[in-house]
Design a protein around this ligand. Structure first.
Ligand code: PMV
Length: 350
């Protein structure tokens, strides 16, 4: 059988990070990023990865560069580049391209600090997936993009290809069997314009975290609290979904906070334990509780890192931003909000 060479093409896509209200923590199959539990997230707007992909027909090495956002490119290396190479291979397989049929040139840029628990792998692999599919001149449904993004190994990327409030089930599939019957894909619970929520991210750490979320997923089931959380999750998931649909912040806030504490409780009680928090993390959590005591609607959540996402309705944003900025140990407050998902752009990095 001859495999047709793809036409040369170039595309640039950006995709946002997302913040999980109910977390993906623990994998049934880590290689394929198949989660133990369903998760629900809010897709963001400003924290984005932007990626240009060029398809070069014929044999050759993939080239991966980091764009500095000011016209400069430098080669990517190490584990970061290795994960991108792995995902490009997965996308080549999806496109039916034999090894040697095409190589890719990639340049990528994050609008926010990478690897600090800000879901940079979610936005990065979502943008890489959307740009590669477009550069290949292929069409893919949102469900297919979600499945493809997940094959990067970053499960949360499956949610970043969808806008608004997003649920990613733990099982089932998008009806593409027999190829991959176990293929859970993310879908919208409510679009971004359903409910204007803000996410103020208190940055207390901008360096790379010590333990990756992949290691966290691997260790999660060693915690004595893992099974207890799973037993409570259906109720919590349902409460979060209903609060989103009813735009009920008072119902959402306690569920989001207890879920974030559960993730970190499990991380800290895994064997060996994982501590993501810094002293300033606790200072921010206390500041959010104090705000609430003063009647300001706000709640906190954290992913696998020390930074704290503070969710609030628009009329609380200024009060929350001012308090976070004044909290000891907070370097910067990123202001983000619910958004629409990936976009294609006409301007390329090269
Ligand atoms: O997508 P991963 O493998 O980086 O895992 C994401 C883990 C959390 O961010 C902590 C939770 C989540 O659902 O986003």
């Amino acid at each position: 059988m001859t495999v047709p060479l793809p036409a040369p093409g170039k595309a640039t896509a950006s995709a946002p990070a997302n913040i999980a209200f109910i977390k993906y923590w623990g994998a049934r199959d880590l290689e394929r990023a198949l989660p133990v539990n369903p998760s629900i997230s809010m897709t963001l707007t400003r924290c984005r990865s932007r990626t240009t992909v060029e398809v070069r027909p014929g044999p050759g090495e993939d080239e991966i560069a980091l764009a500095d956002g000011a016209g400069g490119l430098r080669p990517a290396a190490g584990a970061f580049a290795a994960r991108i190479h792995g995902h490009l291979d997965a996308l080549r397989r999806w496109a039916g391209l034999a090894p040697g049929a095409a190589s890719f040139r990639v340049a990528t840029h994050n609008s926010f600090p990478a690897a600090a628990g800000l879901a940079s792998s979610a936005s990065g692999f979502a943008a890489l997936t959307v740009a590669t599919v477009a550069a290949l001149g292929r069409a893919a449904s949102p469900a297919e993009l979600s499945s493809l993004a997940r094959r990067s190994g970053s499960g949360s990327a499956a949610r970043s290809v969808v806008g608004g409030y997003v649920e990613w089930p733990a099982t089932r599939g998008p009806a593409t069997p027999p190829a991959d019957a176990d293929d859970p894909v993310a879908a919208t619970v409510a679009p971004a314009d359903h409910w204007d929520l803000r996410d103020l991210i208190a940055l207390v750490e901008t360096g790379a975290k010590e333990v990756s979320s992949l290691a966290g997923h691997r260790r999660a089931a060693t915690s004595p609290h893992f099974d207890r959380r799973l037993a409570e999750l259906p109720h919590r998931l349902d409460a979060v979904r209903r609060a989103i649909l009813a735009r009920d912040f008072a119902a959402l806030a306690p569920r989001v906070e207890e879920e974030a504490i559960d993730l970190h409780l499990i991380a800290m009680s895994s064997r060996p334990p994982i501590f993501y928090w810094q002293p300033a993390t606790l200072a921010v959590l206390a500041a959010v509780r104090a705000l609430r005591g003063e009647g300001v609607a706000a709640c906190s959540t954290m992913d696998a890192g020390a930074n704290v996402h503070v969710l609030c309705p628009p009329d609380a944003e200024e009060a929350v931003a001012a308090r976070l900025a004044a909290t000891a140990g907070v370097h910067e407050v990123l202001r983000d909000r619910v958004g629409d998902g990936p976009e294609l752009h006409d301007e390329h990095f090269f």
